[in-house]
Each structure stands twice: as C-alpha cells, then as structure tokens.
Design a protein. Structure first.
Length: 274
C-alpha cells in the first residue's frame, strides 16, 4: 500500500512540474509575440528633413582675371549657400579654349578675347556669350626702370618679353606694335600675361606688354600707357557651357559676374565696362 502511495505522489509531482513548465513557455511566448508585434515609433520629429542638394561649379578663366574672379567667387558663394565654386583654373584663353574643346568638364568659360571664345562657340559647346569687361595694354618695367624705357619704340632696343600671338595679350601686343610701326624681337613668348609680368617683376626683362589690371597695386613694377593703347582694347566674354555638369549653378555664376556686385568688383581691379 505504501508503495502505491509513493508512486501516486511522484506522478502528482511530475504532473505539477509539467504544468508549470508549460505555463512558463506560454507566458514567454506571449511576451515575445507582443514585443515583436510592437511597431517602432514613426514620429516625424525623430528624423531630420533631407538637406538641399549642393552644386559645384567649375570655372575656366583668363589669367588676367585671377584677382577679380577670386573675389567674385567668394562673394558669389556667400550669397549662394548651396553652390560651391571649385578652385578656378586660370591660364591663357587659347589654352583654356583648347582644353574645353578636347572635352574638359567645365561649367563656365571667361575669355580675355572674343576670338578664343568663338572657337568654343563654333564647336557647338556654347551659345550667346556675354561681354562683361574690357582691358587695355600698358608697358611694364621693373621698379626703378633700369632699362630706361620711356616709349613703345624703346621696346625694340631692350630685353622685352611678350605674350605668344595666340594668347589674347599677345594678339593685342602685335596689333599695338604694328600700328606704331615698332618691330620687337622678344626674348621670350609666354603663354599667359601672368608669366610676362613675372619675368619683368623678377628683373629678367627690361620691359613687357601686359594689361593695365595686371600692374594695379604691384609695387615690384612700374608702368605707363603707350600711345595707341586706346585703339587696342580687349573685350572679355563669359558663357555657361551647353554641356555644363552643373547648369543651374553655371548660369547663376554668369549672372553674378554680369550683375551689379560682379561689375563693381571688376571695376575695383581696373577693368573697364564692356
């Protein structure tokens, strides 16, 4: 009889343990199901609104525009928070035009003459460039004028550096000298006006023909306006290229150059009105 009672108690204990385990599993399952079914918060305040898309504009500009365009780019960015101007590429307009024609990804081209701009237009890469500035030539000499250069004719008798003929300052120099009947055998022909000024400034040449804007505020050189310079005026066009990678930004930058603030900056650096 005792043996039977013992077996009965054991079965009861086992049954109670099984029921407790089943109840635990059920509760855990319910808890897990409730957790998985709880939707995450979708409060719109938990996420920020997407930022506005920014653009980067690539500009190719004539070497003589460096000081003015650096300031214009800074002023433009200050008024257009979502448009950045990449570091501007400055060089001779003929060099820049060739690079654009060969496929350089450029948004804006600012040339120191209409001839090189026309090359880009003729290739179907731009339409309707706008004139935005003018510039004239001066004779630059090192400070102190060691070569005693006083007139345009003196360039024939001293060490003179000029821009290459295909460069706007070189083409203008050719016309100026031809109009005056002066024949110069240049010591070197440079690919941009900045290189001409650098040689004069370093006393590597007695004189050079550069733009009036290049010598403004430069104490390392002296200059004078030669006779006939007013008959040889370079007109500067600018355009947003037809296949510009950032077309909206390109048009905005061109509009800024042509606008009141851009024109005021250009005038500050000695450029004339177009």
């Amino acid at each position: 009889m005792a043996s039977f009672n013992t077996r009965t108690r054991m079965r009861a204990l086992l049954l109670a343990g099984g029921l407790a385990a089943a109840l635990t599993v059920s509760l855990v399952g319910c808890a897990g199901s409730g957790s998985a079914g709880t939707a995450p918060s979708t409060d719109s305040n938990d996420t920020d609104a997407p930022a506005e898309t920014s653009e980067t504009v690539t500009v190719f500009a004539a070497a003589s525009l460096k000081a003015a365009f650096d300031e214009i780019a800074e002023a433009f960015e200050a008024e257009n928070e979502n448009i950045d101007i990449a570091p501007i590429t400055y060089d001779g307009s003929s060099t820049l035009a060739t690079q654009i024609i060969e496929g350089a990804p450029v948004d804006v081209f600012a040339s120191a003459d209409e001839r090189n701009m026309q090359k880009v237009v003729d290739e179907g890469l731009a339409e309707s460039p706008a004139l935005f500035a003018t510039n004239t030539l001066v004779v630059a000499v090192p400070a102190g004028n060691p070569g005693q250069v006083e007139t345009l004719a003196d360039l024939a008798n001293v060490t003179t550096v000029l821009c290459a003929p295909e460069v706007p300052c070189g083409s203008a120099s050719e016309r100026l000298l031809a109009n005056a009947g002066v024949v110069v055998a240049p010591a070197s022909l440079e690919q941009n006006v900045t290189a001409v000024l650098a040689k004069v400034s370093a006393n590597e040449a007695d004189a050079g023909l550069v733009y009036a804007t290049d010598v403004k505020g430069d104490d390392t050189v002296e200059s004078f306006v030669p006779e006939g310079a007013d008959q040889v005026v370079n007109r500067y066009p600018v355009v947003a290229l037809g296949d510009a990678p950032s077309p909206a930004g390109a048009k905005a930058f061109v509009a800024f150059v042509l606008g009141e603030q851009g024109q005021a900056i250009l005038a500050k650096y000695g450029f004339g009105e177009a």
